[in-house]
Design a protein around this ligand. Structure first.
Ligand SMILES: Nc1ncnc2c1ncn2[C@@H]1O[C@H](COP(=O)(O)OP(=O)(O)OP(=O)(O)O)[C@@H](O)[C@H]1O
Ligand SMILES: [Mg+2]
Ligand SMILES: [Zn+2]
Length: 595
């Protein structure tokens, strides 16, 4: 497994050669097929859709469809190219002189497009049509678009243009109006699941159905992204892939852990909730993904509550369904919608936070306290001196629950402050990740300034597995741009150094020396992170303000909303409106909540 055998990535290897192998794009395929069959072929096509759904693939299939001459050499344009004639084969192998592919991302200027358009007036060498495929066409400059437009206005009979773009809104209308447009869709998870299972089978890899499902979900509609994850999982698994491995690779938490965490939070048991999230973090679970799992769970529980029989989703194991029914029954609709809002809001905070774990912890703390609060209806009942209706919340919180007297204003001002240590600076450190969406060639990335930045780069480039090994199993001995030395633990793959140097060289455009060392080196990034986290928490807990908040926080939430808005306190505005939205919404719903 650790040998460097030339390997073709799955996404390339399984590029569909015809429409029948394309999944999830039936609508587009039907329209294209009709156009071809009725001989109504436009001069220019615009293919659009998110990344990895088949745009480039479709462009090549159309190029073949237009130029195929059939096995007997006398066929005309066809929606089902034969795959054996000289044109089909040459296009498949990327060597047809009349099919010209250009990546606009690397030729944005007007010169590139002029050179290309120069050839338009010559007849095709051997094919029926000269086909120009321009990928990422939204990257062209204004001048380049103008040059293109001239040709599109009077295209010669023998020329076809096929454009592909992920950002249709950046295409000038003048260009768009001269193209026949085809929208490619995100591929639904079930289709992805089936597809990935079939690929794994062809690759002779035993992969657990749950692992396939996890990948399909994480792929978020992109076939290519999913195949890349499958690639990584296979490289890791050595012939067998378990759900456990995929979870670890993707930084996902175990379902049961997610249930447990949600339950502790909704019980208001903050200490236990923080322990749980820390334990998950230590195991490599990404705090943001954990919150988004909680969000999913909240949504699912809400649906289960509305229609308990709906819990019979075949994708959910029986034990989970049972637990889900119980939880849904014990939580009020108000509590669920409030949890949903807080998680949704919190997810944004975690993504923008310099320390995502901290941010996630603060979200859980807020939720746990909110879970202890009475619903507005209960509060009103209590003010009238009557006992609240049957409490619909989960088992009543610990005794610290106080019903929010007006005495806690100061504490809440502070609470917003610790939830957002320094919002203004958050995004800066993320640069290497932001540049990273173009795995197949394209722009070079800046050389990471240090080892942690390098690991971040790997994450951004969807090499989560490599990144995980680097942070958990590698002791840094020396780092300078272009040279990396480390001691690796047994758990690291044998070819780690080779793979790293190849990837880094590809991405940064310079040679990288990556070598193993026998020196002890630094502690691993993961160890360092845990240490830092521990120190940070101790520091925070010792601040007088925070101590005050921690003791006074229960019951303060409702007060804080009014108080902060009124006093124009210096904390994050956005947060206030979010909190207010939470409460307003709940008040709206509450009337109809009780059956
Ligand atoms: N609809 C699909 N059906 C089957 N496989 C697909 C589909 N879409 C993408 N793939 C797989 O993903 C790979 C990449 O697809 P393709 O290059 O066509 O995507 P794209 O939409 O052009 O992406 P990008 O926007 O990143 O250029 C293909 O080689 C194929 O393996
Ligand atoms: Mg493409
Ligand atoms: Zn053919």
């Amino acid at each position: 497994m650790s040998q460097a055998v030339p390997y073709r990535v799955l996404a390339r290897k399984y590029r569909p050669a015809d429409f029948s192998a394309l999944i999830g794009q039936e609508g587009m395929v039907r329209t294209v097929t009709n156009a071809i069959q009725s001989g109504r072929l436009a001069h220019a096509f615009m293919l659009t859709g998110v990344r990895g759904v088949g745009k480039t693939t479709t462009a090549r299939i159309i190029a073949r469809a237009m130029n195929c001459i059939g096995p007997d050499g006398i066929g005309g344009p066809t929606a089902t190219p034969c795959g054996v004639c000289e044109h089909c084969r040459a296009i498949a192998e990327d060597r047809h002189v009349d099919v010209i592919e250009m990546d606009a991302a690397s030729h944005t200027g007007v010169d590139g497009i002029r050179d290309l358009l120069d050839g338009v007036r010559y007849l095709p060498t051997s094919a029926r049509f000269k086909v120009y495929i321009i990928d990422e066409v939204h990257m062209l400059s204004d001048k380049a678009f103008n040059a293109l437009l001239k040709t599109l206005e009077e295209p010669p009979e023998h020329v076809k243009f096929i454009f592909a773009t992920t950002e249709i809104r950046k295409i000038p209308v003048t260009v768009l109006s001269r193209c026949q447009r085809f929208d490619l869709r995100r591929v639904p998870a079930e289709l992805l699941e089936r597809h990935f299972a079939a690929v794994a089978k062809l690759e002779n890899v035993a992969i657990a159905p749950e692992a396939v499902a996890l990948i399909a979900r994480a792929a978020d509609g992109s076939v290519r992204d999913g195949l890349s994850m499958l690639d990584q999982a296979i490289a890791h698994g050595g012939g067998e892939v378990s759900a456990e491995q995929v979870r670890e690779m993707l930084g996902l938490a175990d379902r049961i852990q997610v249930f447990d965490l949600f339950e502790t939070v909704m019980k208001g048991d903050i200490a236990a909730a923080l322990d749980r999230i820390d334990a998950q973090y230590a195991m490599g679970v990404d705090p943001g993904l954990l919150l988004s799992d909680l969000l999913d769970l909240t949504h699912w529980l809400t649906r289960v509550k509305l229609a308990p029989n709906g819990a019979a989703d075949p994708g959910v194991p029986e034990a989970e369904r049972e637990r889900g029914r119980q939880m849904a029954a014990s939580l009020s609709m108000a509590a669920l919608t409030r949890a949903w809002q807080m998680l949704l809001k919190g997810l944004g905070e975690v993504r923008g936070a310099p320390a995502p774990l901290q941010a996630a912890e603060m979200v859980l703390v807020r939720m746990a306290y909110a879970a202890e609060l009475p619903t507005p209806a209960e509060a009103i009942e209590q003010m009238r001196g009557r006992p609240a209706g049957p409490s619909q919340s989960a088992p009543a919180p610990t005794s610290q629950a106080s019903l929010g007297g007006p005495s806690t204003m100061h504490a809440t001002e502070g609470s917003a402050a610790i939830a957002h240590p320094k919002p203004a600076q958050a995004p800066l450190s993320r640069e290497p990740v932001a540049l990273s969406r173009n795995p197949a060639g394209g722009a070079l990335v800046p050389i990471p300034v240090n080892f942690p930045a390098l690991v971040e780069l790997l994450v951004g480039r969807r090499e989560a597995l490599l990144a995980a090994h680097l942070s958990a199993d590698v002791h840094l001995v020396h780092y300078e741009p272009g040279r990396l030395e480390f001691r690796s633990e047994a758990a690291a793959p044998g070819n780690l150094a080779t793979r790293l140097s190849r990837l880094l060289s590809d991405w940064t455009g310079r040679a990288w020396m990556v070598s193993l060392s026998h020196e002890i080196g630094a502690s691993t990034l993961r160890e360092q992170g845990l240490e830092r986290e521990l120190r940070r928490r101790e520091d925070a807990a010792s601040l007088p303000l925070v101590q005050a908040i921690l003791s006074a926080f229960p019951g303060a939430v409702i007060e804080s909303v009014k108080d902060l808005a009124g006093s124009g306190a210096s904390s994050d505005e956005d947060d206030e409106s979010g909190m207010r939205a939470t409460l307003d919404m709940e008040a709206d719903r509450d009337g109809g909540d009780e059956t």
